[in-house]
Design a protein around this ligand. Sequence first.
Ligand code: DLL
Length: 432
Amino acid sequence: MIWDKKIECMSRDEMSALQSERLVKLVKYVYENTPFYRKKMDEMGVLPNDIKNIEDITKLPFTTKDDLRDNYPFGLFAVPQTDIVRIHASSGTTGKATVVGYTQNDLDVWADCVARCFAMAGVDKNDIIQIAYGYGLFTGGLGAHGGAEKIGATVVPMSTGNSKKLTTMMEDFGVTAIACTPSYLLHISELLAQENKLDAIKLKTAICGAEPWTEKMRNEIEQKLNINAFDIYGLSEVMGPGVACDCIHHKGLHVCEDHFYPEILDSTTFKHKNEGETGELVFTTLTKEGLPLLRYRTKDLTSIDYSTCECGRTSARISRFKGRVDDMLIIRGVNVFPSQVEAALVDVKEISPHYMMVVDRINNLDTLEIQLEVKPEYFADAISGLEKLTQKISHVITQALGLSAKIKIVEPKTLVRSEGKAVHVIDKRKLY
Ligand code: DLL
C-alpha cells in the first residue's frame, strides 16, 4: 500500500461514510477504555449511541495539550501498558512532557501514512534517503524512518547533529532524498556549497516539516539544491509526521483523512469555519488504539479545501500553516513554550520573574538567548559569581527545554516592562 488510490481518490461521500463508520466505533472504544472521555461525555450528557455519523462530531468534547499534561504520563492511554510498544514525548506547556504511546497497529498505520506522504513526494524503493530529523523522544526521526522503510527506500538514519558527516555521506552514498527541517536543509545547502559538493550530489527530493516555513523558502531550497521540496505536517499527540503532506502541485497538504478527521474552527466560538477560511485545526484520530483523541486542538492555524487536486487525489487539503493560536515557538525543531522557562526558573532564587527570550536565525540555524534579571539583593553576589550562576541556569534551561540557550544575566530593572500583556519573546527570525 503506497499510493492507495482506493482511499486517496475516493469520492467525498465515500470518505464521509468511512469516517462515520470509524467515528462511531472510536467513540464506543474511548467511552469504554478511556475514563477521561467517559467522564467528559457523561458530564456533557452524550452517550456513544448519540454518535451516528461524522456530522455528530460536534457533540463530542475537545481535548487539549493540558489534558495530556494533567493526565501525565499514561492517563489518556486506552490500552494497558503491555499493549504499548513505543513511547514518544514532546514539550508540554510547563515542566511536564506530553507523552504519547503507540500499539503495534498504531505504528503500522503511522508507517503507512508516512509512506503515503513519501509516495506523494515521488520517493520509492530506488531512493536512498537520509532521515535527518532527531531520533529519540521526538517523533520526527523514527516516524519518518518507519515510512521510508515501508516504501522500500534505502534508509540512512542520520538523526541531527553531524552536518559534515551528512554531506560526506550524501555524496559518497549517492543519496537521492532527505527528510529534515527546512531551516536545517538550507544550512546543509550552504555547507554543500562551501564544500563544492553541489554538483557532485544526486539529491532530488526533500520532505521538510516540523516547523513553519514559507513558499519562498521552499523555492529557495529547490533552487539552491536543484531538487523538489515537499511540506510534511504532523504532531506527536495525533501521531507524528505524516498526518498530511503536499504533492507535486504544492496546492495544500493532503490529509490522511481516513485516519485523522480534520475540522477548522473559530478558536473562540468553536463554530466551524467555511471552506477556505482560516481557523484552528482540530483532529480526531479515527483509528488510533493506544492514545485515541477526540477533537484535539492543535492550535495551528490553517484553512481547508475539499476540491479534487490536480494530482487526482480527493483528500481534503490544508493550506500552509499561518501561525498558531498560542505562544508556542519552534526552535531548532523543538517546541518551546515561554511558560516552560518561567516554570524552570522559579527555583533559581537569584533570578527575578522578568525574562526575555530572543530567538534569531543565524546561518539558517536557530539561536536562543534568554535574558534574565538578577534580584537586587543578589546583585553583588551575581557579579562576583557570574560564571557559576550562568552555568547553573544554563543547565536548568537545557534540562527544561531540551535545548541549549545562551544565558545573559542583566542588572535589576533593565528588561523592558510591558504595560499590557507581558512580552517575553522577541522572534527576529524572518520567515521570508
Ligand atoms: O513536529 C512532527 C513532525 C516531525 C512533523 C517531522 C513533520 C516532520 P511535534 O514536535 O509535536 O511534532 O510538533 C508539532 O510542529 O503543531 C506545528 O505547530 C509544527 N509543525 C509540524 N509540521 C509543520 C509544517 C512534529 N509542515 C507542531 N509546517 C505542530 C508548519 C509544522 N508547522
